[in-house]
Design a protein around this ligand. Structure first.
Ligand SMILES: [Zn+2]
Length: 469
């Protein structure tokens, strides 16, 4: 299900690996027809905040000129500076004023001021603006700001002037950092001054471009339905995510540092694919994806994307496991760090997702225990490559990561597992496995000793077969 462009990409980035792993894991789980459906629940992705160009087969193309347009990712260092020519262009100063007015109208909820920035001479532009307003007005914005990054050329003979901006948005009570999206605006010179003829994302669709937007709130969690999503379903998602965040923060001993996350619920897989700029085929088996959309992939604008086609088919326990797994990524800021190896990110998320769920381990991790029962005990911790979507043993390797964390928690307690994670996460961003080795040393463990003891535990759990998690 992963495009061949991915597997052909040389030296894939960690983010790319993580993304593919997350996307493919659902498929691997789904292939186990004998398992109860709730076990098909899990995985989302630690670092899917940056969706590689390779995923759409455009890796060989020149890089995008500015930030990505996807709601859910920005590329560190790719944000262009404000156009230096703007200050010397009186027309641009006027355009900047219009954009400022437009942004202020969004923040103050002033529809007439917003519409006053629109080109009324073109019915389609006015209709688009009315629709955009209807969709964005339901969102509690704390920030809506246009940063001009490409002033284009001067107006053509029809008075049109295309410009490029970075839209800074922040949802009140949810985000602690701005989410950035590159947009293209078509400005037009009219007798009443410069007006907006068109405004659109330059990359992936924004939710309000894809469909009607609805909102549900549960404490600091906001759920955003896009398109035809029943309000009662959205209310339930928000409540469940709030409970998951509460479970996870309690288990991990963390205060919830910021609000959120924003849970985005597109009406169907096709829409989710457009919003994430992913091929639909890569999302068909995915229950959820976690991203951060703050500048430079920093934390503070966390998004959990739910795929209704998979998530809605889960019983309550399966939904809880999925949302706890995602909440773990959010709480641990998985999308914002490269100090931790993927096996630890996904392993601890699975550990928390299933914690005290009562599910039998040998059932939940059937792929792994089938191997163990056949004498094929894993010989090493899963590498980053093991989380590549093209890995035919992806589910087994996810379960391997999980059971390493399970063994660590057995030995150290949950607090000890979290402390271990924290120690690894505090290490260098360039060598996550070295961070693991150093954290193990503080436990008087070598990597080989960890592997040996984990192997022994797997053999024991396979023999007993009764352990529940
Ligand atoms: Zn995950």
């Amino acid at each position: 299900m992963t495009p061949r462009a991915d597997s052909a990409a040389a030296a894939p980035t960690r983010a790319a690996l993580a993304t593919r792993a997350a996307l493919a894991t659902r498929a691997a789980f789904a292939s186990r027809a004998a398992l109860p459906s709730y076990l098909l629940a899990s995985c989302l992705l630690a670092a899917c905040a940056v969706v590689p160009q390779a995923s759409t087969g455009t890796k060989a193309s020149p890089p995008p000129p500015a930030v990505s347009g996807e709601p859910g990712r920005t590329l560190a260092g790719d944000i262009p500076t404000v156009d230096e020519g703007a200050a010397s262009d009186s027309a641009l100063l006027a355009i900047a004023e219009v954009l400022s007015t437009r942004a202020a109208a969004v923040l103050s909820g002033n529809e007439s001021e917003f519409l006053a920035t629109v080109d009324h001479s073109r019915p389609a532009s006015l209709n688009d603006a009315h629709r955009m307003w209807r969709r964005i007005a339901v969102v509690p914005w704390a920030q809506w700001r246009y940063e001009l990054v490409d002033s284009g050329s001067s107006a053509d003979s029809a008075g049109l002037r295309p410009i490029t901006v970075v839209l800074h948005i922040r949802i009140d009570g949810v985000d602690s950092a701005d989410s950035l999206t590159q947009e293209s605006l078509q400005m037009v010179a009219t007798n009443a001054g410069w007006k907006v003829r068109e405004e659109s994302s330059t990359h992936a669709e924004l939710p309000w471009e894809a469909g009607d937007v609805s909102i549900a709130r549960a404490g600091e969690v906001v759920a955003m339905g896009v398109g035809d999503v029943p309000q009662e379903e959205l209310d339930e998602v928000a409540a469940r995510e709030r409970a998951a965040m509460s479970d996870v923060t309690a288990l991990l001993g963390r205060r919830q540092i910021t609000g959120g996350p924003l849970v985005v619920v597109p009406q169907d897989t096709a829409m989710m694919a457009r919003l994430l700029d992913r091929p639909e085929s890569a999302l068909r088996q995915v229950a959820a994806v976690t991203t951060t959309s703050a500048a430079g992939n920093q934390a503070g604008a966390d998004r959990v994307w739910l795929s209704r086609s998979v998530f809605d088919g889960q019983p309550p326990l399966g939904r809880m496991i999925v949302l706890r797994h995602e909440a773990t990524h959010v709480v641990l800021r998985s999308a914002s760090t490269s100090s931790t190896p993927l096996w630890l990110e996904e392993g601890i998320a699975e550990f928390v997702g299933y914690h005290d769920s009562g599910v039998r381990l040998s059932t939940a991790a059937a792929d792994l225990f089938a191997d163990v029962n056949n004498g094929n005990v894993p010989s090493a911790l899963p590498t980053s490559d093991a989380f590549d979507g093209v890995n035919p043993h992806l589910a087994r390797d996810y379960h391997a990561a999980w059971t390493v964390c399970l063994w660590l928690a057995d030995r150290l307690g949950v607090d000890g597992l979290v402390a271990f994670y924290d120690q690894v996460a505090s290490g260098t961003a360039t060598d996550s496995e070295k961070n693991v080795d150093e954290a193990l040393r503080s436990l008087s463990l070598s990597r080989s000793a960890l592997v040996q003891r984990w192997q022994a535990a797997l053999t024991l759990w396979a023999t007993q077969g009764q352990r529940r998690v």
